[in-house]
Design a binder for this molecule. Structure first.
Ligand code: IVH
Length: 689
């Protein structure tokens, strides 16, 4: 700074030139690495250059520009997304499902072109989220979602975090204004990486890459987006103004996009006629599983821009493009049995046991049936032939039974009246669809609870996995959390498949867990509705377990972020004699009940409150829980809930049958979220327990 203020104009321009050079070198290597997957320098060299740029910017903050590779992630969440109109509407495209329909499309095109023969380009139909990118004078300006086709959300801040989106286009003859459209997506490997982390943190895994991509793009904090590796492939150049050069063919346009440094999916093929198109589609139908991202079909486009213009659009979609959708991965198999599983909080869920069948490249033996209501609606019976689908979902679903193949006298599963494991009478949740075993000592629940107790985000007992827990419970060595601390090394070493060394390690890990702070213990206890964030709030508020145990319900409700249901659940937990006994035993074995004093109150990424400062109104019937539960959740995540929609409302969360509140929100222009959008916004942390 000192030096800068005294620098002469020529020094300044040298500095600027140096800065521009450094940025472009890094952008170049980014492009080689991320877009071409063909780096020219080692990771270390790249890191060194990047560091150099960071240092340069720290020394010359006045030069720092938004197009710098260091500026991909915003420092602050944004309050909401601005809705912006599309200059050219983002139309959808028609679908075909078989060869006959593709040929019919080709005939329509021929006819409309007056007998001229079209050539086609066949592309992969990426299963992601459509996005429009705007460049001005070669610089990235804006990213807008498709929205309703005529207007979408400005998600620039989030799209900036996608490494393959160039901040500056390369090469020459770059038009002053450029709009390109494509698909943001997530590779399956990336979803697996995210899900591994989620599972370790005790969170439900995400079901499929598309929804995860959509949810990620809706995050208001681009730091959260940057933690997930989204990608983009561009597939259309929007020809909306004189300044955009028209290339002779779409094929050449895609090549030009690549030359400008924009990521284009490499699998695009030019076909002279519909026979060739069909050949390419069939080939990809077989090969699609080799890709590490999901495609749900192929897109067939007329290659010539002149012919495209001649063909024009219908109200919904252009006449020059059609999708060929792959048949969903559905397999038929026999429903051999329906088992009832017992979850951590005793939820009884039906699970279909299937005759093994190959589906989307994997062998499927089981499928979740979610709950007994769903099972009753589907009217599945043991012995039925059922259709199982894996539509981008990780967990296969049973779609329906095949009526003509139902065997005589096939029996429906009677909704269990008792827990299948401990035989205690099952209870229906008063406010939901779940059937529950309320016996805290139920071995099935105990196993689930012990797994939760030992999880990384809870007491973090390394090595105490499901196989060991199973034996400990079955052999009645452990009947509650406190028993873990009485286990001897010898007892652990006596378990199946347990070497002496591992027994010693687990023993040590159990002992070490006594020292965890109170918030981990509270989370580990598995009190209903007490997730890790609530546990942190309680631990911070009360400082030790004894104080919390004495807290009356009203006092708990008075804590910001704790609602009625959570408070009731905590109070009930500690009022139960079995749980009081458990606490006594945990104290005897020496488990820590204290929360160390916080150093500072900054929220870290882990416990950040995604809804901080936002006001919600919740209305209608919601699948994810009662309205009060959802309001509790919003409060937990830092948001506020009010009863009526006003100008001050940030969002209306509307379930089914939302009535006048929805009208009011529309009238006032308050954004309306459905459940999916809301879950996406909060990073899908809502669970059924
Ligand atoms: S072209 C007007 N090309 O599929 C033509 N779309 O189901 C614009 N999609 O909304 C679309 N891959 O989000 C085109 N190679 C591709 C595509 C593609 C995926 C998506 C796109 C579109 C949707 C229609």
């Amino acid at each position: 700074m000192e030096r800068m203020s005294q620098s002469t104009p020529s020094e300044e321009s040298t500095l600027q030139a140096q800065y521009e050079h450094l940025k472009s070198v890094i952008e170049h290597h980014n492009y080689r690495y991320y877009v071409l997957a063909d780096p020219e320098i080692s990771d270390q060299e790249f890191d060194r250059l990047y560091k150099e740029l960071e240092v340069f910017e720290a020394e010359h903050p006045e030069l720092r520009s938004p197009d710098s590779p260091t500026q991909r992630v915003g420092e602050q969440p944004i309050p909401g997304f601005e809705t912006v109109p599309h200059r050219v509407p983002m139309l959808s495209i028609g679908n075909t499902y078989n060869e006959g329909e593709l040929r019919a499309f080709d005939s329509r095109v021929h006819k409309a072109l007056g007998g001229e023969s079209p050539a086609y380009v066949v592309e992969l139909k990426l299963d992601g989220v459509a996005m429009s990118l705007h460049y001005e004078n070669g610089r990235f300006q804006r990213a807008i979602t498709r929205g309703d086709g005529s207007q979408g959300d400005d998600v620039t801040q989030n799209v900036r975090t996608i490494r393959t989106v160039p901040f500056r286009l390369r090469g020459d003859s770059i038009p002053p204004r450029l709009e390109v459209r494509g698909e943001v997506f997530m590779r399956t490997g990336e979803l697996e990486r995210i899900n591994e982390l989620r599972e370790k943190a005790g969170l439900e895994p995400y079901r499929n890459p598309r929804n995860t991509t959509a949810g990620t793009l809706k995050q208001l904090d681009s730091r959260a987006v940057a933690e997930r590796r989204l990608e983009i492939y561009l597939y259309e150049l929007v020809l909306d103004d004189e300044s955009v050069p028209t290339f002779d063919t779409h094929f050449d346009t895609l090549k030009q996009l690549q030359h400008w440094g924009l990521p284009v999916n490499p699998h695009f093929t030019r076909c002279e006629d519909i026979d060739a198109v069909i050949g390419v589609c069939e080939a990809w139908q077989l090969k699609r599983r080799e890709l590490d991202y999901e495609i749900d079909g192929m897109v067939i486009k007329v290659d010539s821009p002149a012919q495209r213009r001649k063909l024009g659009n219908t109200a919904k979609s252009p006449r020059w493009v059609i999708a060929y959708k792959f048949p969903a991965d559905v397999a038929r198999t026999r429903l051999c049995d329906i088992k009832v599983q017992v979850g951590k909080s005793g939820a009884l869920t039906p699970v279909a046991e299937l005759e093994p069948v190959t589906l989307a490249g994997t062998i499927v033996k089981r499928a979740s049936l979610y709950n007994f209501d769903d099972l009753a609606k589907k009217d599945l019976r043991i012995g039925d032939t059922v259709e199982v689908q894996k539509a981008g979902e990780i967990i296969p679903q049973v779609l329906r039974y095949v009526p003509e193949l139902r065997p005589e006298g096939a029996q429906a599963l009677t909704v269990p009246s008792h827990c299948p494991v401990c035989h205690t009478e099952a209870q229906q949740d008063p406010d939901g669809v779940f059937l529950r075993c309320l016996n805290m000592a139920c071995p099935a629940q105990l196993k689930e609870r012990l797994e939760h107790y030992a999880a990384r985000k809870a007491m973090d007992i390394d090595g105490l996995g499901p196989a060991i827990i199973e034996q400990l419970v079955d052999q009645e060595l452990v009947t509650n959390f406190a028993d873990l601390y009485d286990l001897s090394r010898e007892q652990l070493a006596g378990l199946n498949r347990m070497a002496k060394k591992s027994a010693a390690n687990v023993h040590q890990a159990i002992a070490a867990s006594k020292e965890r702070p109170l918030n981990r213990l509270l989370f580990g206890l598995g009190i209903r509705h007490v997730g890790s964030r609530t546990a942190e709030i309680l631990a911070e508020q009360y400082g030790n377990l004894d104080a919390l145990m004495l807290a009356p319900r009203d006092e708990l409700v008075a804590i910001h972020e704790i609602g009625e249901i959570v408070a009731a659940s905590i109070a009930d937990f500690f009022a139960t004699p079995e749980n009081q006994e458990l606490v006594k035993r945990l104290r005897e074995v020496g488990v820590n009940f204290e929360e160390p004093k916080a150093q500072n109150s900054d929220s870290t990424g882990d416990n950040a409150q995604p809804l901080a400062g936002m006001t919600f109104v919740v209305t209608g019937v919601l699948d994810m829980g009662s309205r009060t539960e959802v309001q509790d959740r919003i409060k937990q995540l830092g948001g506020k809930c009010t009863g009526s929609v006003s100008k001050k409302t940030d969002y209306l969360l509307a379930g089914g049958n939302a009535g006048s509140k929805r009208d009011k929100a529309q009238e006032l222009g308050v954004p309306i979220l459905d459940e999916a959008a809301f879950c996406a916004m909060i990073g899908d942390t809502m669970d059924d327990e």
